[in-house]
Design a binder for this molecule. Structure first.
Ligand SMILES: Cc1cc2nc3c(=O)[nH]c(=O)nc-3n(C[C@H](O)[C@H](O)[C@H](O)COP(=O)(O)O)c2cc1C
Length: 337
């Protein structure tokens, strides 16, 4: 159990914030499967400021998702602080400042990982949000802009001085984006010096690995991102590879129905959004290519469900293979929708 300001968080592993993935339907499923708390997708403070309805909608959540953390990003102090007040009206438990997004149009604009180049400003943001909203404020950082400017210890110190309540650390630099491997020694070093809870993040593949890393590096919690897509079982002790297809199928249908409820437009909009989850749910399950192709292109929900029901899996292909993560990043799914 950890305390983040006045909020109690129980559990060892949580769903990492992911644009296009960690919406309310998937947060609900993850929470039910064991994710310790919920993190929204990152939300633009510029858009919040101008009252963009779609942006505000990203803060819709169900009570069962609590503790719920609203993640925001921005580069302008007044805008960020003002937007945090708008966010706070929706009653989150915690507000998180994104200091890790590596995508150029975010980070080169001074927000996301761009804040690693201006940690005083990030500190002012943390303090401003805290004072304006009265909520605990956390931050999600990377190790630095690039390997020549690793400033993680200084960043943590500045954020602590600004009253941050916890820090998530993705063990890569901005320049690495999603390449190479996360540096868990650096994450451990941060933990050993920090005075606030530290969540470790980067490349964790399984629940057991999360538990092992939590112990080895002493962090307070582990965040899992890419390996949690289509795999809420990663938050519990029984790995997906040991779950019968019928159960996987029922979670797929539950997830789709929840998206249909959450995105009330024409049916196929939610189904199209669901494809990025679906492709990961059925990864390595022995789906014949042609069946996969059809399921990923049908636009009628009824047809999708009927075809899924009658799909025949090739049981010989039940195997775990390495997830090819390199090409998935925080822009991947946003650009799909
Ligand atoms: C599709 C995608 C979207 C992401 N969106 C966000 C985001 O909105 N906010 C954030 O802080 N990190 C975001 N990230 C980064 C993840 O939270 C996480 O830090 C990163 O993927 C490393 O963890 P992993 O190796 O477990 O995936 C995103 C990552 C991916 C793959």
């Amino acid at each position: 159990m950890i305390r983040v300001g006045n909020v109690t968080i129980e559990g060892d592993v949580a769903l990492s914030p992911m644009a296009g993935i960690s919406d309310s339907p998937y947060r609900q499923i993850s929470r039910r499967f064991g994710s310790a708390f919920s993190y929204t997708e990152f939300v633009s403070t510029e858009q919040l400021k101008i009252g963009n309805v779609k942006t505000l909608d990203m803060f819709r959540f169900q009570e069962m998702e609590r503790p719920i953390v609203f993640q925001i990003f921005g580069s302008d102090l007044d805008t960020v602080v003002h937007a945090s007040e708008i966010a706070a009206e929706r009653n989150p438990d915690i507000i998180d400042l994104n200091m890790g997004c590596s995508v150029s149009k975010v980070s080169h604009n001074g927000s996301g990982a761009g804040l690693l180049k201006n940690i005083r400003l990030a500190g002012q943001m943390i303090e401003g949000i805290r004072l304006r909203t009265g909520l605990p404020v956390t931050a999600k950082i990377r190790l630095g802009w690039d390997s020549l400017t690793l400033n993680y210890l200084e960043t943590v110190k500045v954020l602590e001085g600004s009253g941050v309540s916890a820090i998530s650390v993705h063990g890569r630099t901005k320049a690495m984006a999603y390449t190479g491997i996360a540096d868990w020694n650096a994450i451990g070093e941060i933990k050993s010096r920090a005075n606030v809870p530290i969540y470790g993040n980067g490349d964790v593949q399984t629940y057991q690995e999360a538990i092992d890393k939590k112990k080895q590096y002493g962090v307070d919690l582990i965040l899992i991102g890419r390996k949690a897509i289509g795999n809420p079982w990663v938050f519990g002790k029984i790995a997906k590879k040991n779950i019968p297809w019928l159960q996987i199928k029922s979670v797929i249908l539950e997830h789709l129905d929840s998206m249909l409820d959450f995105y009330p437009s024409t049916d196929d909009y939610a189904l199209i959004l669901f494809r990025k989850h679906f492709i990961k749910y059925i990864e390595n399950l022995g789906f014949p290519e042609e069946t996969k192709r059809i399921l990923l292109t049908v636009t009628s929900v009824n047809e999708f469900k009927e075809r899924l029901e009658s799909a025949k899996l090739d049981s010989k292909v039940w195997e775990i293979s390495e997830m090819k993560n390199e090409n998935i990043n925080c822009e991947t799914f946003v650009s799909l929708v």
